[in-house]
Ligand binder design. Structure first.
Ligand SMILES: *[C@@H]1O[C@H](CO)[C@@H](O)[C@H](O)[C@H]1NC(C)=O
Ligand SMILES: *[C@@H]1O[C@H](CO)[C@@H](O)[C@H](O)[C@H]1NC(C)=O
Ligand SMILES: *[C@@H]1O[C@H](CO)[C@@H](O)[C@H](O)[C@H]1NC(C)=O
Length: 290
């Protein structure tokens, strides 16, 4: 009997040692438009409560109004911070990118060679573009209506402003492809010499988690958070029927056939709540942070 007890205690101690020495990978957060690290304290707490000891960092750069800076400039800045962190982490890291941060992360994962990001979580990001005037854009252009934004956004001066670099007017596709120097390049909608390299780099992730929902109110169409977008009749075409998917322009189809895309749609979540809603965290994020 006492031997049995001894074995039981021994096993429990062993289990405890094994579980406490198994560290969670660091989590790196890239913020969105008009926000910064302070807005991710709640999410950091969620992560540390469920995954004790996790090193969580929100990259502190291009915060608040500076998030309007040109996206390639931001990508360059975030890249140096991200690479510095990744270089210190042999086991790699997970990336959670919120809203505009999602398109920045798409670019980062494309341009950084041999990165060791495991899971890329895009939290309500305009991954296939934005075509809807929301409070954000009204702050900048109070009088302009959605249908007229192409006149502004595709001017080279306004391509120096982040929000215009993912403005995707389905009625002026030629202008989008010709004038936008960010999203069509990242999504392989225009051909360029870096595309094969970017695709290879992007495909180094182990998993991509796409999170969005119909009550978002900002991302338009909301399916853009899942790589869906409007056609010229303004009907939403889902990811699998998008040209960039069928042609595997940047690796999306490969990733999907590997079984490495997870989609998490949640209703009842307004745009500004995705990163502070515990149900969203439990349903869509928690289990991937291992
Ligand atoms: C991280 O490591 C890579 C590869 O060794 C190197 O090219 C890069 O400059 C490093 N970046 C930083 C910010 O330390
Ligand atoms: C998180 O990791 C960085 C290295 O990337 C390290 O400097 C920092 O001390 C760590 N923070 C905690 C709380 O462990
Ligand atoms: C939180 O998310 C759940 C779905 O995951 C939703 O039903 C609920 O309305 C959300 N709450 C808030 C305050 O956004």
């Amino acid at each position: 009997m006492s031997l049995l007890l001894f074995l039981q205690v021994f096993l429990q101690v062993l289990l405890l040692l094994v579980s406490s020495s198994e560290a969670y990978k660091p989590v790196i957060i890239v913020h969105g438009l008009f926000d910064g690290p302070d807005d991710f304290i709640t999410l950091t707490d969620f992560i540390q409560e469920t995954h004790p000891g996790t090193n969580v960092t929100t990259l502190d750069m291009y915060d608040y109004w500076k998030s309007l800076m040109p996206l390639w400039t931001q990508v360059e800045g975030f890249r140096s911070l991200l690479e510095a962190k990744l270089n210190q982490s042999e086991e790699g890291a997970h990336l959670i990118c919120y809203s505009q941060g999602g398109v920045i992360c798409r670019a980062l994962l494309s341009v950084i060679p041999n990165h060791n990001i495991h899971t890329f979580i895009a939290l309500s990001s305009p991954l296939a573009g934005q075509f809807g005037v929301t409070e954000y854009l009204r702050r900048l252009f109070p009088e302009t209506i959605c249908e007229d934004f192409y006149k502004i956004c595709y001017l080279s001066w306004f391509q120096q402003m982040s929000v215009c670099q993912y403005w995707n007017d389905p009625h002026y596709r030629d202008l989008y492809l010709e004038k936008d120097d960010f999203l069509p390049l990242i999504n392989g909608e225009t051909q360029h010499k870096d595309l094969p390299e970017w695709k290879k780099n992007f495909l180094q992730i182990k998993k991509m988690v796409l999170i969005g929902g119909p009550d978002d109110g900002v991302i338009t169409p909301w399916q853009s958070s899942l790589f869906g977008f409007f056609n010229e009749k303004r009907e939403v075409v889902e990811m699998k029927n998008q040209e960039f998917y069928t042609s595997d322009a940047f690796g999306l189809k490969t990733l999907d056939s590997r079984g490495d895309i997870s989609v998490c749609v949640q209703s009842g979540v307004p745009h500004l709540h995705w990163h502070i809603n515990i149900t969203v965290f439990n349903n869509c994020i928690k289990d991937w942070l291992i």
